[in-house]
Design a protein around this ligand. Structure first.
Ligand code: T46
Length: 133
């Protein structure tokens, strides 16, 4: 349903440096980068799946909780460090909850933004899962 990728961070007295390179520690070609900043902890986000998209999600600051659902099982993953990336590449319903005030998420994607790739209705998502199995 998901994979966690560990990143090597270069740390010294000046701080931390995270380097992401396509097809190396990012397992796809990067077409898009977007960030979630100034998130409102009162409002969860996501509540959709993607038909055909790979994304690597890195929590650069703060923390949040992902709820992931493949149509059969539901699990949760906390992101609270920049040295791990959450890789989502299959048909997975995702929700983001419990944002800390300072949460910053950076997302790398292998496709440009396309609203037609989104499944935003949970019952439709379940039907597509059933049809694919
Ligand atoms: C995902 C989770 C983790 C764009 O114009 N370009 C973009 O690249 C994206 C991602 C969004 N938008 C627009 C579409 C909406 O009008 O930004 C607005 C907010 O998007 P959305 O409500 O889909 O945001 P989230 O935080 O619920 O979901 C996002 C991504 O959309 C989604 O692919 O997996 O983050």
């Amino acid at each position: 349903m998901y994979k966690i990728i560990d990143f090597q961070i270069s740390s010294d007295g000046r701080g931390d440096l995270l380097s992401l390179e396509q097809t190396k520690n990012v397992p796809f070609e990067i077409k898009r980068v977007y960030c979630l900043t100034r998130v409102n902890p009162q409002f969860p986000r996501g509540f959709h799946a993607h038909l055909n998209l790979q994304q690597l999600i890195v929590c650069l600051a703060g923390s949040c909780r992902f709820v992931l659902d493949d149509g059969s099982d539901r699990t949760e993953v906390w992101l609270d460090t920049a040295n791990k990336g959450l890789l989502l590449k299959d048909l997975v319903w995702r929700e983001m909850h419990n944002f800390s005030d300072d949460c910053v998420l950076m997302v790398l994607a292998n496709e440009f933004y396309d609203e037609a790739d989104y499944i935003r209705d949970y019952q439709s998502f379940l039907k597509i899962c059933r049809d694919q199995s």
